[in-house]
Write a protein of this length. Structure first.
Length: 148
């Protein structure tokens, strides 16, 4: 049994085919411009039942490996704070991505079963303005995973 496009000739080579070229004039312009992505500074706080410090550290190091834009993590036996830059269209997208981060990497990084208890998302200009005025968290130095 031969199959083909609906309406196409079933006998090969007997139907005449016409090649048509497409120019840029034939393509409709996009109806909506794609919004430009921006950088957002994210601070995610998680908390839950105590876990061995060595396991928390190893899990956060794996998360940093899985999520290469992670700047720094601070941790204790029952909570952690993760700071990183996220590229997103707007605040809502950056916050949505941040709120999924812990859950999406829980099994791959073997993260503790903690819940998100805090989230701050600010744009790049606000982050730098806070630093210039002496407010807000200092720049993520040293970069990496550190105990409180």
């Amino acid at each position: 049994m031969r199959r083909g496009r609906p309406g196409a000739s079933s006998s090969r080579g007997t139907a005449e085919r016409t090649l048509v070229s497409v120019t840029s004039d034939d393509i409709a312009p996009p109806t909506r411009e794609r919004p430009v992505s921006r950088l957002w500074h994210v601070t995610l706080s998680v908390s839950g039942p105590e876990a061995p410090l060595a396991e928390v550290r190893r899990a956060l190091e794996q998360l940093a490996n899985d999520h290469p834009f992670l700047l720094t993590s601070r941790y204790a036996a029952d909570h952690a704070e993760i700071r990183y830059w996220e590229e997103a269209r707007d605040l809502h997208d950056a916050a949505a991505i941040a709120l999924r981060l812990w859950g999406e990497h829980r099994s791959s990084a073997n993260l503790p079963p903690w819940e998100t208890v805090g989230l701050e998302v600010i744009d790049r200009d606000t982050y730098h303005q806070r630093l210039a005025e002496g407010y807000g968290p200092p720049p993520a130095a040293p970069v990496g995973v550190h105990p409180y």
